[in-house]
Design a protein around this ligand. Structure first.
Ligand code: JB8
Length: 398
């Protein structure tokens, strides 16, 4: 890949020589030309900017300078400063850095025209997907503006010789495009096989699955009283992968919730994101033997349906406290006699679930004998079993 940068501050691009990009330069994977825009400026002051038509603050970069600069760099007739690495990396590539490297073509998205990237806060947001596509380009030219930017006709006219993209690296404003070029060049070049090494390592990068990466840990196991999460020592690769996915989901929800809108979530993912403590609190008119049978099977059945039960409490409600309990009244009206074997119970099921509250109430009720008279709700949080409210009100305050 060849990168050319046109700027009035060529020294700003010196960091391209270092570390990652330096290694790519030495390996012949990357070639970089940095061009001083003033080489195309004539006249005593070699001015590159002028006042804006229509008035307003600042200066605009002149088309008569940018036009020829972009023509020459597209044609490859100006070499600029060809960067080589500041600190040669003479060591051979480590074996693990070359594992899994697949063939890579340097063909552009649509053929022969070089890609021209113009950094501007008014551009389309730069993404990992752009970095991935552009890592297959053979020639990218970056045009760094300063001041209020470049005369728009330069960008419009450049479409004759380039595929042109005006790109922003984020919603903030820099003094010029140079630092944005460093950012984009690094994001692009690290994806060229043989630069970073092992290609599978970028499949786990933040954004490659649409999620932010969760936390990472190394030795020592305890540091300043802080423990590495226990699961990472379990040796259970399935459980570790699930935990990492959960951490990525929770962090994404916390920091970048909008990213979750475009990610496909499995049931396990939904559980990680949406499970919270819930308490189903019911009054149930039921024969104690039937209740005993129902409660024996309840935890397993509820767990299977997505309600992780932590505890179930049941108590018999003293009907003298509730002389006109609605379940008893309803029973009498429907059955034509007072309850004989059926007893009013208060049933409290605490647990965790990602299901919605109405679904949880229905779920518990569906696991009672068919036709059981009941009322109640499910709420978020944990609930302690206590004295039935009706009995508390029974005391007239004497
Ligand atoms: C003048 O924030 B930026 C950015 C700011 C700029 C220019 C280019 C890019 C040119 N100011 O990405």
């Amino acid at each position: 890949m060849r990168l050319d940068v046109i700027t009035i501050f060529p020294e700003y691009l010196d960091p391209l020589r270092h570390a990652l990009l330096g290694k790519a330069l030495e390996r012949g994977i990357l070639e970089v030309g940095v061009h001083d825009l003033r080489n195309w400026a004539s006249g005593g002051h070699r001015a590159v900017d002028d006042t804006p038509f229509g008035g307003g603050p600042g200066m605009v970069m002149m088309p008569e300078i940018w036009g020829p600069a972009l023509d020459d760099v597209a044609a490859g007739t100006r070499d600029g400063t060809v960067l080589d690495s500041a600190t040669p990396h003479l060591d051979a590539p480590r074996h693990d850095e070359l594992n899994g490297i697949s063939g890579h073509s340097y063909e552009g998205e649509s053929g022969e025209l070089p890609l021209l990237i113009v950094p501007t806060p008014a551009g389309e947001p730069f993404t990992q997907e752009m970095a991935r596509q552009w890592s297959n380009e053979s020639h990218i030219v970056f045009a760094c503006g300063r001041y209020e930017g470049i005369d728009q006709r330069v960008v419009d006219d450049a479409a004759q010789r380039y595929r042109v993209r005006e790109i922003s690296i984020g919603d903030y404003v820099l003094v010029g495009g140079e630092v944005a070029v460093l950012v984009m060049a690094e994001a692009i070049v690290r994806l060229i096989p043989g630069v970073l090494g092992n290609r599978s390592s970028h499949e786990e990068d933040s954004f490659s699955d649409g999620l932010l990466e969760g936390p990472s840990y190394t030795k020592p196991r305890t540091w300043r009283g802080r423990e590495v999460p226990e699961v990472l020592f379990s040796g259970d690769h399935g459980r570790i992968a699930r935990w990492r996915r959960d951490q990525a989901l929770l962090r994404t929800q916390e920091r970048r919730p909008e990213l979750l809108d475009t990610v496909e979530l499995s049931d396990a993912d939904e559980r990680a994101l949406y499970s919270r403590n819930v308490a189903t609190d019911l009054n149930v008119l039921i024969n104690p033997a039937d209740w005993g049978r129902a409660v024996a099977k309840l935890p397993k059945k509820l767990r299977k349906a997505g309600f992780d039960v932590t505890d179930i409490h049941a108590e018999i409600v003293d009907l003298t406290c509730e002389p006109d309990n609605m379940l008893v009244t309803q029973f009498e009206q429907t059955e034509g006699h007072v309850p004989v074997t059926e007893v009013l119970h208060r049933v409290l099921v605490n647990g965790r679930s990602h299901l919605d509250l109405r679904e949880l109430t229905q779920l518990v009720v569906r696991n009672l004998p068919r036709g059981t008279y009941w009322y109640g709700t499910t709420d978020e949080g944990h609930r302690e079993p206590g004295i039935a409210a009706a009995c508390a009100w029974q005391d007239p305050g004497s």
